[in-house]
Design a protein around this ligand. Structure first.
Ligand SMILES: [Zn+2]
Length: 207
């Protein structure tokens, strides 16, 4: 659930939009490959046919049995430094995202937005939460899959958080024009005369 709802959802942007050789795109592909490889090995004793089907359509390293997953070793733990601080950081981001998702659903029902990329979200909070959200502000559009996100130090949001009651959220329609390539809204759409329909980020990828 977490994989498809959160991780893969967030990765789509960099996989679809970035250059084939971009480091973030390559990193995403590597992470997805390691997850698929590990998961397929782990479930193989229980889901023999399904895991074999997945295994046969995957690429493999030299020395692996490409025919049947069960003839390969169980995955080794991947060394990632997920210390307490890292886990706490992402737990908090998940909580914010849960509340933003609810606010986006309400805005969709009110026809303020269609897809989440039509949205600009304003996150209102104070105290420790404000400092935390403010420090993550740049990452928020990607993590929340919205075109714009801003963090305001007040309690004036239209929609009160359920997971984080100290957070309130206002959803409005994103500013600028919609990019024909990445579907995000931006004031930079049309800034490159060679590509009048797309944003500066996409224009840089195509250059
Ligand atoms: Zn774009």
């Amino acid at each position: 659930m977490d994989l498809s709802n959160f991780y893969l959802d967030v990765l789509k942007d960099r996989l679809y939009v970035e250059k084939p050789e971009s480091a973030t795109r390559r990193a995403a592909q590597t992470a997805m490959y390691l997850i698929l490889d590990g998961m397929t090995r782990l479930v193989s004793p229980i889901l023999a046919f399904t895991s074999d089907e997945i295994w046969r359509s995957m690429k493999h390293r030299r020395g692996e049995n490409a025919e049947h997953v069960i003839y390969n070793d169980m995955p080794e733990p991947v060394k990632v430094s997920a210390d307490e601080e890292f886990v706490a950081h992402w737990d908090k981001i998940h909580q914010i995202r849960d509340d933003v998702k609810k606010a986006l659903e309400l805005a969709r029902a009110d026809k303020v937005i269609g897809s989440s990329l039509d949205a600009k979200v304003s996150l209102h909070c104070t105290g420790d939460l404000y400092h935390f959200v403010k420090s993550a502000e740049k990452e928020l559009p990607a993590v929340l899959i919205v075109s714009q996100a801003e963090v305001l130090e007040d309690e004036a949001g239209a929609c009160k958080g359920e997971t984080l009651p100290e957070l309130s959220i206002t959803v409005s329609h994103a500013e600028g024009k919609k990019c024909a390539r990445c579907w995000s809204y931006s004031h930079t759409v049309g800034s490159d005369p060679e590509h009048p329909d797309i944003c500066a980020r996409c224009a840089a990828v195509l250059r």
